[in-house]
Design a binder for this molecule. Structure first.
Ligand code: GTS
Length: 222
């Protein structure tokens, strides 16, 4: 039997968090090897384990996969979270890209210089409220099904749940005008594997604090 996937990344959300979410939802146990110092990253690079000298890297099924989207595609395909045909996959990709756009906007806020922060937060909230959340609300309302695509769970539902939790961290009132999204969030949160991942003590990571951000800057030199 193949061993558990091993995830190599910093001990924070970043690009790895969606991968953690997918594995957890699929009920797959995984190990994490954290990169805590510049030397840890250098060791992986010198060992030839990082094709483009970057993380995330996931050891799975005898491969050392890099590039976040490639890793997500592989896991989604393997655990049947990627639609049943080309058209469903096209929708899943299209929705996922939009979810990544807003997730990234929210993620970038922590890096924002203090003098630009207020404007960036306002813009991000506005984009959530007027562009992204209404679009997904409309999809759910239009077909009346429990999941975004194909009437069954796919990676895009999991990406959306992750995003909705970040949106709520940003401003807990933002979801109020979107009953379909709130219902989706409740439904998904009660799936046994998701429920487990949402419990304290799981491998889900907290928001980035200033100290962790400083450590990440030293390692990844951004
Ligand atoms: N396109 C890559 C992906 O999606 O996986 C980008 C990966 C990437 O930029 N990783 C950063 C890194 O390894 C770490 S982080 O931005 O995810 O925190 N940086 C080091 C470097 O030399 O690029």
């Amino acid at each position: 039997m193949a061993g558990k996937p091993v995830l190599h990344y910093f001990n924070a959300r970043g690009r790895m968090e969606s991968i953690r979410w997918l594995l957890a939802t699929a009920g797959v146990e995984f190990e994490e090897k954290f990169i805590d110092t510049p030397e840890d990253l250098e060791k992986l690079r010198k060992g030839g384990d990082l094709m483009f000298e970057q993380v995330p890297m996931v050891e799975i099924d005898g491969m050392k996969l890099v590039q976040t989207r490639a890793i997500i595609n592989y896991i989604s395909t393997k655990y049947d979270l990627y639609g049943k045909d080309m058209k469903e996959r096209a929708l899943i990709d299209m929705y996922s890209e939009a979810i990544y756009d807003l997730t990234e906007m929210i993620g970038q806020l922590v890096l924002c210089p203090p003098d630009q922060k207020e404007a960036k937060v306002a813009l991000t909230k506005d984009r959530a409220k007027t562009r992204y959340l209404p679009a997904f609300e409309k999809v759910l309302k239009s077909h009346g099904q429990d999941y975004l695509v194909g009437n069954r769970l796919s990676r895009v539902d999991i990406h959306l749940l992750e995003l909705l939790l970040y949106v709520e961290e940003l401003d807990s009132s933002l979801l109020a005008p979107f009953p379909q999204l709130k219902a989706l969030k409740t439904r998904l949160s009660s799936l046994p594997n998701v429920k487990k991942f949402l419990q304290p003590g799981s491998q889900r990571k907290p928001p980035l604090d200033a100290k962790t951000l400083e450590e990440a800057r030293k390692i990844f030199k951004f």
